[in-house]
Design a protein around this ligand. Structure first.
Ligand code: F0G
Length: 493
């Protein structure tokens, strides 16, 4: 694997892995012909590909983590009792210790927690503010007849702004909303850590304190979407005055102490393949949520999961707070950023916690908004090297969704890095593929949507190239890096 990669500048060093490998999984290597066929069969939507058609999968960091040996051994102590399993007791105690929230409601994943919370608290005519809603969060708000409002700071929409906390809430706008038209109409305020939709950017502790003060003054509960809270805490530790010597767990407690509760997809900072939960301080609300839980998910001591899953989640939640793990994790994102930077590739800065977000408008400036530049880029990156990414822009948050006109100012392509899965050489390969697409960017044509579902359309939409696809000139016949070309130090054509 020690191939020389042309895009790596000498001064850029890959972060050393704080683990060694015990089990390996072969990576498929579809040919260019297979990739072309897969695109056509899948309606140019990469959610429709089979994993055998993907070489490097950066579709999501959710549920794609490699579990540790400690987590796998935790699976073996699963006590599969329907009620009162000892795994639930361990899981509950872990979540209570990490977060300080007394009521812990397990769910099979994050959106199930959102469903319980929003269907219980949100009614038609309500307004739900968030720094930026993730797609499932937004859809739950819409499904309950309410209006999602994004109140992130302006810097979030400027890919070049180097501000350290671009996930922050615009507190003045929140205050105006709660004083004005939102008075009595806001059942809860949410803040998403980190801001996935806006580049995985963190929220500062200071901003959370201000949001919490405003919410308490208006008697509106503050809930956190804590999917990537440990990554967020890492940035707080690194960038916020006075936080540098505190542990991730201490910072976490400072964060959680400011809120009434939280939803969690443990598929992110819980390092499991499935799992989530909902936590709250409100005992009466917890009773209602548990009633809904029994109908939709299962008994309160398993919540739609096997008990062994709860045990693995308890271990994963703790491992995700360890500094060597987080240093490597964020280091991988920064390594990929440095490789892309050396090639002049436009992406959201500073790099976020769980991936790189390419700026599709600047990558493909010749394509207008209607020509779906994000999706065109997603398709070309796959065509070039079998790398699967996802559009986070006009399609995910576009006009037709829920019948709401939302002008989305960002058009991004996310390269989400699964936790503990890929090596530095995989990231080098990804950078090389993107650099090759960048060199032939002027030939890339737009796309149009030929099937547009009403909600969450990026999952099932189908597309067509606007003109016959440009021949993938110089596309490697196999997705695997070519050792011979590299060893001559030559650039891929
Ligand atoms: N909130 C945020 C911020 C998310 O990123 C996700 C999922 C969810 C809630 C829902 O959690 O998937 O466990 O139901 N994000 C994944 C992604 C799907 O690719 O970013 P879930």
């Amino acid at each position: 694997m020690s191939v020389h990669v042309s895009v790596r500048p000498r001064e850029v060093r890959a972060p050393p892995e704080p683990y060694k490998v015990k089990v390996v999984e072969a990576i498929p290597d579809p040919s260019l012909e297979q990739r072309e066929a897969a695109l056509v069969r899948g309606g140019f939507n990469l959610f429709n590909l089979t994993s055998d058609e993907v070489h490097i999968d950066l579709l999501t960091d959710s549920g794609t983590s490699a579990m540790s040996d400690r987590q796998w051994s935790a699976m073996m102590v699963g006590d599969e009792s329907y009620a009162g399993s000892r795994n639930f007791a361990r899981f509950e105690a872990t979540v209570q210790t990490l977060t300080g929230f007394p009521h812990v409601i397990p769910t099979h994943q994050g959106r199930a927690a959102e469903n319980l919370l929003f269907s219980t608290l949100v009614r038609a005519g309500h307004i739900v503010p968030n720094n930026m809603h993730f797609d499932t969060t937004r859809t739950h708000v819409l499904r309950n007849g309410a209006t999602p409002v994004n109140l992130v700071v302006r810097a979030a929409y400027d890919c070049d702004d180097p501000a350290p906390f671009k996930g922050n809430v615009d507190v003045d706008r929140l205050e105006r909303l709660l004083d004005g038209e939102g008075r009595g109409k806001v059942p809860l305020v949410m803040v998403t850590l980190t801001n996935n939709t806006g580049g995985g950017q963190p929220v500062s502790l200071r901003n959370l304190e201000e949001v919490s003060t405003v919410c308490r003054a208006a008697s509106v509960p503050l809930y956190l979407d804590m999917c990537r809270w440990a990554e967020n805490a890492y940035f707080i530790r690194e960038r916020e005055r006075g936080q540098g010597s505190r542990s991730i767990r201490e910072i976490g407690r400072s964060i959680f102490d400011l809120a009434e509760g939280a939803t969690m997809s443990a598929k992110k900072d819980g390092l499991v393949n499935i799992g989530g939960f909902l936590v709250t301080r409100d005992a009466a609300l917890a009773d209602k949520l548990r009633e809904a839980l029994i109908v939709f998910e299962g008994f309160p001591t398993y919540g739609g999961l096997a008990r062994r899953d709860l045990e693995a989640m308890a271990v994963g939640l703790e491992e995700a707070t360890e500094l060597p793990y987080l240093e490597h994790r964020i280091g991988q994102v920064r390594y990929l950023a440095a490789l892309l930077d050396a090639e002049g590739i436009p992406f959201m800065r500073p790099p976020g916690g769980h991936g790189i977000y390419l700026d599709a408008r600047r990558f493909l400036p010749h394509l207008g908004r209607k020509e779906l530049p994000g999706q065109a880029l997603v398709v070309e990156i796959y065509r070039e090297g079998g790398v699967r990414t996802v559009e986070v822009g006009g399609i995910m948050f576009g006009d037709a969704d829920g019948g709401t006109e939302i002008s989305e100012p960002l058009e991004l392509v996310r390269l989400a890095i699964p936790r503990r899965v890929y090596s530095a050489s995989h990231l080098e390969f990804v950078a090389e593929v993107i650099a090759k697409v960048h060199r032939r960017r002027n030939e890339i044509r737009g796309m149009r949507m030929v099937h547009a579902p009403e909600h969450l359309r990026h999952f099932t939409a189908r597309f067509e190239p606007l003109a016959p696809p440009a021949p993938a000139e110089g596309a490697v016949a196999s997705a695997r890096p070519r050792r011979a070309a590299r060893s001559r130090g030559s650039r891929p054509a």
